[in-house]
Design a protein. Structure first.
Length: 303
């Protein structure tokens, strides 16, 4: 008589993600994993490495670099890929600005965040990637909650939220023609709290930005932005030194931080468990453009 084995919740979502990684590796010719050095992409990469251990990761990682990243993130990114011995592809927004494919905004509140879409689609096309792993979770933002695990993108990289493929019994349809591709979201059924509890259980290293530290910040549009070479502080905006941490990491011009004394993983888990605001809703200016801002950008080909 066989003895049943019941996985924990984290064991279940990890097993689902491992299955997705292996399914893509077996079904697609040129997958790539989006890796920014943020916590979700770090967890996604960790699970991917486990999925193919002791073999090497069978696909490269891709970072869409706005050129406005906090230096701690770039240092962490390079250290991780060097330690794992995996190939890093860097797609530069600056290259698209220099080539005239996009026009950079000007002014004190200018951001390169929206320009990433052109750079991402160019890098997918030039790399011939037919499956692109992303770290989006369903609890992040309303538009991302509409995504399937396998999200079809047409030859222009665009997404149609009203025309998605059914995914019954964890069966995924990756059929596509040349020039089309599939965005794949292995962490679809994870929450922010799951991510942090998994980080604690697995002992995963993160950039120190995720933990409480003193930093010069200023208030703008209900958020605390870090002082950096990429942000212009208005004369009316007061710079103060505060104990803060980042809940999400992205372009420095639009990613805020929160006041916090959570200096280690256990303290962050407790803080996240008591939070009632998603990290993007609380600290990402790019999600405040409009009620459907993220969905509009995803239709254009954004992450």
């Amino acid at each position: 008589m066989s003895v049943g084995y019941e996985l924990s919740h984290l064991g279940t979502v990890e097993a689902e993600a491992v299955h997705i990684f292996r399914e893509v590796a077996a079904s697609f010719e040129r997958p790539v994993l989006l890796f920014s050095g943020g916590k979700d992409s770090v967890v996604m990469l960790h699970v991917a490495v486990k999925a193919f251990w002791p073999g090497r990761l069978p696909f490269p990682v891709l970072h869409v670099d706005t050129g406005h990243n906090l230096p701690e993130v770039i240092e962490f990114r390079d250290r991780v890929v060097d330690r794992l011995g995996i190939r890093l592809v860097v797609a530069s927004v600056q290259d698209d600005i220099d080539a005239g494919r996009v026009v950079e905004d000007t002014g004190p509140r200018a951001s390169r965040n929206r320009l990433q879409t052109v750079t991402l689609l160019r890098s997918i096309r030039e790399g011939g990637f037919d499956a692109v792993f992303g770290g989006a979770r369903r609890d992040e933002e309303k538009a991302r909650a509409k995504e399937r695990v396998f999200s079809f993108r047409d030859e222009f990289g665009q997404w149609d939220p009203k025309n998605q493929r059914p995914e019954l019994w964890n069966l995924y349809n990756g059929a596509h023609r040349r020039g089309e591709h599939i965005r794949v979201f292995p962490l679809s059924n994870w929450t922010e709290l799951d991510i942090w509890q998994y980080i604690a259980d697995e002992g995963i290293e993160l950039p120190n930005l995720y933990f409480a530290h003193q930093r010069e910040v200023f208030a703008r549009d209900g958020m605390l932005l870090a002082v950096s070479p990429f942000v212009t502080v208005d004369a009316a905006e007061e710079v103060v030194t505060a104990m803060v941490r980042f809940r999400t990491i992205g372009d420095a011009t639009c990613t805020g931080c929160v006041e916090s004394v959570a200096a280690d993983v256990e303290a962050v888990v407790a803080e996240v468990a008591g939070s009632r605001l998603t990290e993007r809703g609380a600290t990402r200016a790019d999600d405040r453009i409009s009620e459907a801002g993220m969905e509009d950008r995803k239709k254009e080909g954004y992450f």
